[in-house]
Ligand binder design. Structure first.
Ligand SMILES: *[C@@H]1O[C@H](CO)[C@@H](O)[C@H](O)[C@H]1NC(C)=O
Ligand SMILES: *[C@@H]1O[C@H](CO)[C@@H](O)[C@H](O)[C@H]1NC(C)=O
Ligand SMILES: *[C@@H]1O[C@H](CO)[C@@H](O)[C@H](O)[C@H]1NC(C)=O
Ligand SMILES: *[C@@H]1O[C@H](CO)[C@@H](O)[C@H](O)[C@H]1NC(C)=O
Ligand SMILES: *[C@@H]1O[C@H](CO)[C@@H](O)[C@H](O)[C@H]1NC(C)=O
Ligand SMILES: *[C@@H]1O[C@H](CO)[C@@H](O)[C@H](O)[C@H]1NC(C)=O
Length: 320
């Protein structure tokens, strides 16, 4: 009898769960806290203009607390660099600011975003084997999950994980790449292109599976996955849907394109640069050999805002 009652109770719970709405309600979110690398840095903006977190705050009418910093990886203990990593710098700064009340983050109305990985897999790390010994892609993705649990334990409840964009399409990792400010040494560009395609696809699948594993273990949390890869691939393949500058669409080159001599010291030589100016810039997918353009960032902000406000589920999927 008791077992029977339990079974009925379990069945009722199983029926009740799917009807619980995934994601915050449309007007619930008022504050945006961002973590990541130069793609999201609002001071050293990768697009050399206004970074997407600022556009998102404008479009969504959110108060913005930006912690992402150029050059960052997820953790210094996995993929060490001289730039401020999420775990050893950005999170401690966030916690210090919460503690001294310079920011206010009521759990219900605050959403946290993380867009990281470009530097973890990129030059100086996984692609050329300079991560700490034994560290793999699995560890760098686990680190992103640890970011969620670390914040959850301190009360945070709304999270958006932004997956990696199609890095194989940025100039640095194209098969016909040229020596640029991020890498002037000799390399096999075809090999890098192939390897980066694999790294990004694997990282994004791991992220999705590990998030789906983690989400049900965090009661009361809303966890969303923003598909940057799908969005930037779509801009790449269908630029007319997104780009709006005054010259023909350009999804292979950069607004600021600078060719360096092979094997040169970038601080000691003058590169050969071609720059697109003014309204022509909005025809470009990329700003330089590694970063999205400002128009790409506006599109990202528009789609992210629509996902947060539950007006579109094209790129943002709420798992819980
Ligand atoms: C609060 O902490 C942050 C991060 O350590 C620091 O930059 C800021 O100056 C502090 N503000 C106050 C009012 O103490
Ligand atoms: C570069 O890598 C590609 C793809 O693996 C390979 O086909 C090609 O032979 C390599 N080129 C050189 C010069 O090693
Ligand atoms: C795109 O921009 C790059 C860099 O300025 C240039 O070399 C290339 O010719 C452009 N491509 C098209 C299709 O306009
Ligand atoms: C980058 O931004 C600065 C400041 O607005 C500007 O002077 C510079 O021309 C921009 N670079 C390019 C390549 O547009
Ligand atoms: C690169 O050039 C800068 C400026 O000339 C110089 O200070 C630095 O030592 C050089 N680095 C290397 C590795 O040669
Ligand atoms: C392109 O569209 C954005 C809005 O997404 C707008 O802010 C920008 O001014 C437009 N660019 C041009 C050159 O019209």
């Amino acid at each position: 009898m008791a077992i029977f009652v339990l079974l009925i109770a379990a069945a009722l719970i199983a029926c009740a769960l799917p009807s619980e709405a995934a994601g915050p309600s449309p007007n619930q979110i008022k504050r945006l806290v961002t973590f990541g690398d130069s793609y999201s840095d609002v001071v050293l903006a990768g697009d050399n203009g206004t970074a997407w977190p600022i556009w998102t705050a404008i479009y969504g009418d959110f108060t913005l607390y930006p912690f992402a910093r150029a050059g960052a990886t997820c953790s210094q203990s996995l993929t060490p660099r001289v730039f401020p990593p999420v775990f050893q710098s950005q999170l401690p700064t966030y916690f210090a600011e919460v503690a001294n009340h310079s920011i206010s983050v009521p759990p219900e109305e605050t959403v946290y975003t993380l867009w990281i990985g470009t530097n973890d897999v990129g030059v100086g790390e996984l692609i050329d084997g300079q991560q700490n010994p034994g560290v793999t892609l699995v560890d760098t993705i686990q680190c992103k999950m640890d970011w969620i649990t670390t914040l959850y334990e301190t009360g945070a409840r709304n999270f958006i994980m932004q997956n990696m964009l199609n890095l194989q399409d940025v100039i640095l990792y194209q098969a016909d790449s040229y020596p640029n400010k991020y890498w002037t040494a000799e390399r096999n560009t075809s090999e890098w292109h192939i390897f980066m395609t694999e790294l990004v696809a694997s990282a994004n699948k791991l992220t999705e599976l590990m998030l789906k594993d983690l989400a049900p273990t965090l009661p009361g949390a809303h966890i969303g996955l923003f598909d940057s890869h799908k969005l930037f691939t779509d801009i790449h393949n269908n630029p007319s849907k997104y780009l709006n500058g005054t010259v023909p669409f350009n999804v292979t080159g950069a607004i600021s394109s600078c060719v360096y001599p092979l094997n040169s010291n970038i601080s000691a030589v003058t590169p050969d640069c071609t720059n697109a100016e003014g309204s022509a810039q909005d025809s470009y997918l990329w700003f330089d050999e590694l970063h999205p353009s400002q128009q790409s960032d506006r599109v990202l902000a528009r789609e992210l805002t629509a996902g947060i406000k539950q007006q579109s589920s094209e790129f943002l999927t709420w798992l819980t």
